[in-house]
Design a protein around this ligand. Sequence first.
Ligand SMILES: [Mg+2]
Length: 416
Amino acid sequence: MVKGKITSLAVKDVRFPTSLGHHGSDAMHTDPDYSAAYVVIETDADDALKGYGLTFTLGKGTEIVVCAVNALSHLVVGRNLEDIVTNFRDFYRQLTSDGQLRWPLWKLLVDMTPEQLVSCIDFRYITDVLTEAQALEILQNGKQRQETREERMLKSGYPAYTTSCAWLGYSDEQLQKLCADALQDGWTRFKVKVGADLQDDIRRCKLIRDMIGHDNKLMLDANQRWDVNEAISWVQELAAFKPLWIEEPTSPDDILGHGTISKALAPLGIGVATGEQCHNRVMFKQFLQARALQYLQIDSCRLGSVNENLSVLLMAKKFNIPVCPHAGGVGLCELVQHLIIFDYISVSGELDNRMCEYVDHLHEHFKYPVTIHNAAYMPPMDPGYSTEMKEDSVLSYQFPGGSVWQQLIHDKRVEI
Ligand SMILES: [Mg+2]
C-alpha cells in the first residue's frame, strides 16, 4: 500500500499553437490551439512519488480550468495517499460535491476485484438502469477468461482509427498524401470531418473512399454543426460513401434529437456516434435509455474522473453499445487507452465494431507517449496514467510566458 501525504499541487496553462497549421480544425472550431491545464501533485512519500493530470481545452478555456483546479486544490493537498486509495468513492464524492500509483492505470483496474471496482463508482442517479449488484455481476462475468484477453492486448493491442488524415482545413492534396501514408502504415479505419459545405463533403468523401476502398471503414464527424432535420438530409446525401457512423450530428445536449437522427439513418446502415462532450454519467444514461447513440464516445477528461468513466463503461455493457472513445487533443490518446484496454479485458470482452480514436499530434511532449503498432494501441507498461509532460515542453508552451508563445507574440503571429 502506498504511503505518504500530498504536499503540493501546481497547475500550469500549457498551449500548443496548432491553429497555425489548421490541426484540429473542423466545421465549428476553425482555429483551435490544443491546450491543457496541466497539474503536478507532489508527495512526501519515500520514493518522492508525483502525480500528473490534465484537462484538454481549445485555448482560452484553460484559464477557466486553471481557476477551477486552484479552487479545488484544498481538497487534495494534505491528504494521506492511503486514505484516498482505501476509499476512492469517498474521495471522489468530496471532489465532485464541494460545493493516482506505481503501475499503469489499466493494469491497476484489471487487477482490482469486482468488489473493489464497484466501490469506486458513485451509483447515485443511475440505479434505475444499473444497480451496484448488476455492475458486480457484469464485472464477475468479465473475470472469466480475463488472462486470455490480457495476453491478446499485450500481443496485438487495441484497434485504433485515425482522424489525422482529413481535418477540415486540409487541402485535397494534403488529405491524399496523409491518406496514402496511413494506408502504407497499415491503417484500415479513417474519419473525415464534414459539415461546412455539402459539395466539399461529397468531393472529400469520394476522394477518401476511392483511396481506401470498400474493405476499410470510413466514419464522418460533423462536430455539432447541424439542426436535427438538416443532419438527416445532409447525411443521406453522403450515404453512398457507406460511412459506419455520423459523429456529433447536432447539439451534444440534444438527446432526443440524436434519437430522431438514429431512427432516420438506421435503414441506411449508418449509426450515430456521440459522447465526447457528455460531461457526466447521467447524460450517458439518458442517451442509452433513448437509444440515441449506436457508438458511445467517452472522453476520459470530459467525464472528470476514472470513477465516472467506469460507470459509463458498465452502462454501455448493459445496453450492449460499443464504446469507441474520443481521443483527440492534448494527452487524450495517452489517457483513454488505459480505459478502453480495461474495458476489453474486464467489462465488454469484445472488439467487434470497437475502435479507439487516434490523433497524431503533440505526443512528443509526453514522457510516456502512446505506442501504436499495426494501427493498434499497445498497452502502456510505464507507471501511472501516461499524463506526465516533458519539463521542457511545459516551460516552452506555458501561456503566455513560455518561450514559444513569447516568440509568436514578438513576431506578431498571435495576439493576446
Ligand atoms: Mg469528434
